[in-house]
Design a protein around this ligand. Structure first.
Ligand SMILES: [Zn+2]
Length: 357
């Protein structure tokens, strides 16, 4: 089942589309001695007889030309009626297509395409923006038999699962967003849908120098929701709120590391107050401590155990030489003393390492 019409893919990003160039517009078809020729720019790459519909168009053209007196001194050439000089321009043609298109959404998708996240996540965000995510509601409306699947939202099991509810309006997800926004020391506000949501993200009070990191975090949160939703719908895996938030943080950090190789981020602030993170370029000579890769042939486990009042938790990440995450974990520990939480965390790490080696 095609989820997106081809013409939507081919419209410009500023009009909420994917901005794929329409290649066929760059191909010239002309007729010489009853044989059709296909030409791309100046290089001729093939010949074939005309199709019936092309013959039909040639006949219409011939009918229009009958009675026209040719000026023998002027050489024949192709003229495009939309240009004063008769010259065909792809740019001009694209502009005309934009003017013709009345079905645009009120959202500039170039913003989404510019976020530095993995390409499949960018495509996912775009599909989210134009409401093409295959939620149960989306599939049911297109006649897909969901068989044993219930159509309701997997978080609350009350409302039909559609994009605005699943990603933004469900009470469980609203709590998740409140967590993500408060992690960045900014305020979550109820939104009606995707356009509203992106406006909230772009206008959030985040320091200019951190804005791109913030947007990556928002993208990571959306992607984490979708991954968790799929795990719950298809495998019955329910993710706790703290794990959902942790997965978002770790995902965003890994994407930032991979997209902004030149930046170093203070990890100790990243987990709790990213607005306070010092972000510096490798080029600057700084004494601030950052994560360093392990020696060749080694793996590095960074762990943390925290206790606050009557709650304690831990988390850790195992990374290789390139900084790639090989394993992550997080959860509660049965103590409310910070030092004990740290020790419990190290014990968990040793068990994780034992089970992987
Ligand atoms: Zn719900």
């Amino acid at each position: 089942m095609a989820r997106i019409r081809w013409d939507i893919v081919c419209k410009p990003k500023v009009k909420g589309r994917a901005g794929v160039q329409i290649l066929k517009l760059k191909i010239k078809l002309y007729w010489l001695n009853g044989v059709g020729h296909l030409q791309m720019k100046k290089r001729r790459y093939g010949e074939r007889p005309l199709w019936d519909r092309e013959k039909e168009r040639c006949k219409i053209l011939a009918d229009r030309l009958i009675g026209t007196i040719l000026i023998s001194d002027n050489e024949d050439r192709l003229c495009w009626s939309n240009d004063k000089l008769g010259v065909f321009l792809v740019k001009k043609c694209s502009e005309l297509l934009i003017l013709e298109d009345e079905s645009d959404i009120n959202f500039d998708c170039s913003k989404v395409w510019n976020i530095k996240v993995p390409p499949r996540v960018r495509s996912f965000l775009w599909m989210l923006a134009i409401d093409r995510i295959s939620t149960k509601d989306f599939l049911a409306k297109r006649g897909v038999n969901l068989q044993h699947l219930s159509i309701v939202c997997p978080w609350c099991e009350k409302v039909p699962e559609c994009v605005p509810h699943l990603f933004f309006k469900c009470r469980f997800i609203e709590r998740f967003w409140a967590n993500i926004f408060s992690w960045w020391d900014t305020k979550w506000k109820r939104v009606d849908g995707v356009v509203d949501f992106f406006a909230l993200c772009y206008n959030a009070k985040i320091k200019v120098s951190k804005k791109r990191l913030w947007l990556i975090s928002c993208a990571a949160a959306c992607w984490t929701i979708w991954i968790a939703r799929n795990g719950l719908v298809f495998e019955g895996r329910r993710v706790k709120m703290e794990n959902l938030v942790f997965q978002t943080k770790i995902r965003a950090l890994l994407w930032i590391r991979s997209a902004h190789n030149e930046l170093m981020i203070q990890e100790k602030f990243w987990w709790f107050a990213p607005q306070r993170c010092r972000v510096v370029s490798h080029k600057l000579n700084s004494t601030v401590s950052f994560w360093r890769p392990p020696l060749y042939g080694w793996l590095k486990f960074n762990v943390c155990g925290v206790a606050k009042e009557d709650k304690a938790g831990c988390g850790g990440i195992l990374r290789d030489l390139e900084g790639m995450a090989r394993g992550i974990f997080s959860g509660a520990v049965g103590t409310n003393v910070a030092e004990e939480a740290e020790i419990e965390t190290v014990k968990i790490v040793l068990k994780v390492f034992e089970s992987t080696s």
